[in-house]
Write a protein that binds this ligand. Structure first.
Ligand code: ASP
Length: 437
């Protein structure tokens, strides 16, 4: 068996009890050699995440306000954690250093990263592992993208027996400043470490036993997904299935390292495996849905013969800095679906600009759209899937505003009124799992 990279999320390291569970998991398999911790998360629903407190600290300090409240809560949490774990840890010294350094930075990254940094130090101490500071071996380029020299640098640092602790969420810019990934970015660090070390498996330990076929807030009995491909997961997570950071797939996908989503609080549950390919017995592996879209519908007689029409429409969006999600079309109409947070308040101005550039017969904006993606590799070449899906929606009395199926045939997207989203998801789930219950 090859080596394993294990990332533990904030909820898996929220207090000493969780820390012990994580340590037991690590010790249960000596191949678990590369450990990537997040910052401590919430212990209860109304608790604070350390990373949120660090951002609050930064923001107060930037405004010249008193940041002692978040700072003190952070110091107390780490002091308690160290004491409960029986570790001698000079929290005061670390906090004084972090305060002196952090309050000089205009960007929040340095302070935001200190949750992972301190937690990594504690974890290394608790496990008797070697601490590796990502500031010295995870690099961003001038554009803020991962510098591929990271892989060599990490591989060099992580040779020997280990175990090693590499805190998640941050690295360094070419001029040596700390920079973080976007929120939830410890998942990305884990994937990078797995790839750099040629790990055989990337275990991502969190607080759920893997992905479910549909959001359990909508379908409480939704089944666990046993296996999903990187590609299917991309589609599902882009549409809102949030267990793993979107960007965490790329480093492992390139080297074909499977990812296993596991639950720290139920370590015997197999979780979900994310793999390069799978035998698909069932056509649909998951259903993801998201609200907050607007559809721009443009109609013009003989549009299909007008050269450059689509380009002109998209150019207008580009000029407004709006990226689009989907663009289903028919003979004389084309619809462009955009995210509300992209469109902002530009709707009327976009309409005017398209009127000027494209002289359409009609153009209108439909807000309040939800998109539902029904995803599954097994849909390709499988007759009747779309019919089944449409049938289920019609039975649930959901009006379909728009349909989009890419030619890859592993995703059918339907747009519905956002008030219909939940019943649509339930109807689709039931129709594709019915015979298996
Ligand atoms: N602690 C960071 C956050 O809360 C990164 C992570 O947990 O992955 O976003």
């Amino acid at each position: 068996m090859g080596l394993i990279t294990c990332k533990f999320g904030g909820s898996s390291l929220a207090d000493a009890h969780c820390f012990r569970k994580a340590a037991a998991i690590i010790r249960a398999n000596p191949d678990r050699r590369f450990i990537v911790p997040s910052a401590p998360g919430k212990r209860t629903d109304d608790d604070k995440k350390i990373t949120d407190l660090l951002y609050a600290w930064h923001s107060l300090a930037r405004q010249g306000l008193d940041a002692s409240q978040p700072r003190d809560i952070i110091a107390t949490r780490f002091a308690e954690l160290a004491a409960d774990l029986g570790i001698a840890f000079d929290v005061g010294m670390h906090m004084a250093h972090i305060a002196a350094e952090g309050e000089q930075h205009t960007e929040p990254d340095y302070l935001a990263s200190r949750g992972e940094y301190l937690n990594g130090l504690l974890m290394a101490e608790f496990l008797g592992a070697t601490f590796v500071d990502p500031a010295e071996c995870i690099f961003f380029d001038a554009e803020g993208l991962l510098d591929t020299r990271t892989y060599d640098a990490l591989a060099k640092r992580l040779t020997g027996d280990g175990p090693w602790v590499v805190p998640g969420f941050y690295g360094a810019t070419p001029d040596g400043r700390i920079r973080t990934f976007s929120r939830g970015g410890s998942d990305v660090t884990g994937a990078i470490v797995a790839r750099a070390t040629h790990s055989e498996l990337y275990e991502n330990w969190t607080d759920v036993s893997g992905f479910r076929m549909a959001d359990p807030r909508i379908v409480p009995h939704a089944r666990r997904i046993e296996k999903v491909t990187y590609r299917e997961l991309r589609e599902l997570s882009y549409m809102g299935a949030k267990v793993l950071h979107d960007e965490a797939i790329f480093p492992v996908r390139e080297s074909g390292i499977p990812v296993n989503i596991r639950n720290t609080h139920a370590p015997d549950a197999p979780g979900t495996m994310i793999v390069a390919s799978r035998e698909s017995t069932e056509p649909v592996c998951g259903i993801a849905a998201r609200k907050g879209f607007t559809m721009l519908t443009i109609e013009k007689a003989l549009m299909n013969r007008e050269l450059g029409f689509g380009r002109r429409v998209l150019m207008v969006l580009e000029e407004f800095g709006i990226s689009f999600e989907h663009m289903p079309s028919s003979i004389d109409t084309v619809s462009v679906i955009v995210r509300d947070d992209q469109l902002g308040s530009h709707g009327p101005a976009v309409i005017k600009a398209i009127e000027r550039r494209c002289e359409p017969d009609r153009i209108d904006l439909t807000p309040g759209l939800a998109l539902i993606a029904t995803v599954g590799q097994g849909m390709a070449g499988h007759i009747g899937i779309a019919a089944k899906l449409m049938g289920a929606l019609s039975e649930a009395r959901v009006n379909i505003r728009v349909i989009d199926q890419g030619s890859s045939e592993n995703n059918i997207i339907v747009g519905v009124e956002d008030t219909d989203m939940e019943s649509a998801v339930r109807a689709i789930y039931e129709v594709f799992t019915d015979h298996q219950e």
